[in-house]
Design a protein around this ligand. Structure first.
Ligand code: NAD
Length: 266
């Protein structure tokens, strides 16, 4: 092989399995969690990243939860795919068999046109209805999320809200009570990963010749174990992002700039 630099090396070894995190959507305006201006700085995970904490805050500080949901959901509803999502989707036009294992819940890979996306942390565009026998997953439209955001905006403008008002506003994604309990189909701290998606992710990582790891701090387990699993099965690991990571080829740079450059060399 005649490699002349890291981009050529990355392209030459590409076997079209991607493992993406929040960084791939940063250029679409969706904040990451752990960067300096990340979401967790304003809404610390110890309080906001698990259902028990959220349930408590809904009762005790409904206005704060209105702000949290609004700030979490709005950028995702407004976001459009960026050059990185499009570059991954464009690979399918080259007849490549592309698998995208994503930790993101924003649906942007699918909007960009990727047809095989494994969402190991769920999706904001789905709710899960918790039942005794089995859980039911239903879609939530961007329109109903937009309506919810308008209702939350009105509460925030008012500067005060009760738990009842909050629950009325967020009913498209959250319902509590014996009649009908539903919540966003997203994985928070302490939750099990959806087993079907996780099994698919493990199979894809195990079978990969090359895994492109894009825009993830690799701090969230078990997801962060996928690159090591791929490597132990012989895959070459290509890291794309703003920070150093454990990989064979490191491409430092924003995903929206770096990924199209790799893909254009295939
Ligand atoms: P993280 O916030 O822990 O880390 C983000 C990583 O992306 C960092 O390494 C950062 O340096 C890098 N990054 C930032 N901007 C980038 C850019 N333009 N190009 C390339 N890399 C960039 O994110 P994580 O590792 O995915 O873990 C956080 C968890 O939170 C995951 O479960 C994820 O699903 C969830 N999350 C999802 C979204 C989303 O759906 N868009 C957004 C925030 C967090």
């Amino acid at each position: 092989m005649n490699w002349t630099g890291p981009f050529e090396e990355a392209a030459a070894t590409l076997r079209t399995t991607f493992f993406t995190g929040a960084g791939v959507s940063a250029e679409s305006g969706v904040p990451t969690f752990r960067d300096q201006d990340g979401f967790w700085n304003r809404f610390p995970p110890a309080r906001f990243a698990h259902w028990a904490g959220l349930e408590r805050l809904i009762q005790e500080e409904p206005l704060l939860i209105a702000e949290f949901i609004s700030e979490f959901v709005r950028p995702i509803v407004m976001a459009q795919p960026n050059a990185a999502h499009r570059a991954i989707a464009d690979l399918e036009k080259l007849d490549k068999d592309v698998t995208v294992v994503t930790q993101n819940i924003d649906g942007l890979h699918q909007t960009a046109g990727s047809s095989h996306v494994v969402e190991i942390h769920g999706s904001l565009f789905e709710v899960i209805e918790v039942r005794k026998s089995d859980d039911i997953i239903s879609p939530v439209s961007p329109q109903s999320l937009s309506l919810m955001l308008s209702d939350l905006e009105a509460l925030l403008k008012n500067g005060q809200c009760t738990t009842t008002q909050l629950l009325r506003a967020v009913c498209p994604i959250l319902g509590v009570g014996p009649e009908k309990a539903h919540r966003p189909n997203i994985v928070l701290f302490g939750d099990l990963l959806p087993s079907c998606a996780w099994n698919e992710a493990v199979a894809a990582a195990s079978a990969a010749d090359c895994l492109l790891v894009v825009g993830t701090s690799q701090l969230v387990y078990p997801a962060a174990g996928l690159p090591a699993l791929a490597r132990s099965n012989g895959a070459k690991i290509i890291g794309i992002g703003l920070e150093d990571c454990d990989c064979d080829v490191l491409l430092i740079g924003a995903a929206g700039v770096t990924l199209p450059r790799v893909v254009s060399r295939i």
